[in-house]
Design a protein around this ligand. Structure first.
Ligand SMILES: *[C@@H]1O[C@H](CO)[C@@H](O)[C@H](O)[C@H]1NC(C)=O
Ligand SMILES: *[C@@H]1O[C@H](CO)[C@@H](O)[C@H](O)[C@H]1NC(C)=O
Ligand SMILES: *[C@@H]1O[C@H](CO)[C@@H](O)[C@H](O)[C@H]1NC(C)=O
Length: 256
């Protein structure tokens, strides 16, 4: 074996080993490393459609789904959700972070779920290291980024006429200066197009400033992409939107 072949073999081993390490790193529940935060907002009308739930009078603005660290979940099962800690935030929570699917008087199950699954991981950084800070910061980011108003101002409003996915992508990239990630409900039987469901805006870990949702440099391999998409979508119904037409559903007329 010449030096080049040896080096090739060594590199191969190294890559294999690193690949294993990387895979193990992601799967081990003990390591909860993450690199970015994702402010996930969803369109209530699509959420209702996704679960085929006849939600009564869902909000007509984008609401918070969650603030998620990428690549990890459920970092501390002994850190229990406590509604008392966010009492002063409740009016805002109910307005901007409602449980669309279960609009009961007691809405805290959704918040508990988000805390258990994502908040306990976000708490690694000082700005988010308590429940008060985690929910407070999420609300502050939601208000600062003001997605609903941004879309309105861009003239992108719910419509029976289809948009192009690029209309959303280009407009949001222009306004925010970073690449967002859009998630859609794939067309159901008998439907022609996908329906926009979620918009993700990504933030840096340390100072929660906007950043691209895409990683700089290398394109992820399809498998890794699929895995990341699965993690980010959280629920099985949504997928990364495909280029092409997209439905942004207007609120259904309320029948009384
Ligand atoms: C998990 O949360 C509990 C309760 O807040 C805390 O005492 C403990 O230090 C946390 N564990 C880790 C590993 O952060
Ligand atoms: C609502 O929550 C309060 C306090 O957590 C509880 O005492 C009450 O039973 C709940 N009501 C319903 C309808 O679940
Ligand atoms: C964000 O993405 C855009 C478009 O792909 C690229 O031009 C820009 O350099 C990226 N910014 C950073 C900080 O990676």
């Amino acid at each position: 074996m010449g030096p080049v072949a040896v080096r090739g073999a060594l590199l191969g081993c190294l890559c294999l080993a690193l690949g294993c390490l990387c895979a193990a790193d992601r799967l081990l529940s003990g390591t909860h490393e993450w690199k970015k935060l994702i402010l996930v907002q969803h369109w209530p009308e699509t959420v209702c459609e996704e679960v085929q739930n006849d939600c009564r009078d869902p909000p007509h603005y984008w609401t918070i789904h969650g603030l998620w660290p990428d690549k990890t979940e459920e970092c501390n099962r002994s850190w229990h959700f406590n509604l008392e800690e966010i009492k002063d935030l409740l009016p805002e929570m109910k307005t901007y972070w409602p449980d669309i699917i279960h609009p009961s008087p007691n809405r805290s199950q959704f918040w508990k779920h988000e805390w258990d699954k994502h908040g306990t991981c976000a708490a690694q950084v000082e700005a988010l290291d308590s429940q008060r800070k985690y929910f407070g910061k999420s609300l502050a980011l939601y208000q600062k980024l003001d997605l609903s108003s941004v879309l309105l101002k861009l003239g992108i409003t719910p419509s029976i006429n289809y948009y192009q996915v690029g209309d959303f992508e280009d407009a949001l990239t222009r306004v925010y200066g970073v690449v967002p990630k859009l998630q859609c409900l794939p067309p159901r039987q008998g439907e022609a197009v996908q329906t926009i469901g979620q918009i993700e805006l990504c933030l840096t870990k340390q100072d929660q400033q906007l950043r691209n949702c895409t990683e700089p440099g290398a394109r992820p391999s399809p498998r890794r992409e699929a895995w990341l998409a699965g993690v980010a979508a959280e629920d099985q119904g949504l997928r990364v939107c495909e280029d092409g037409p997209v439905f942004y559903p207007p609120p259904k007329k309320i029948k009384h």
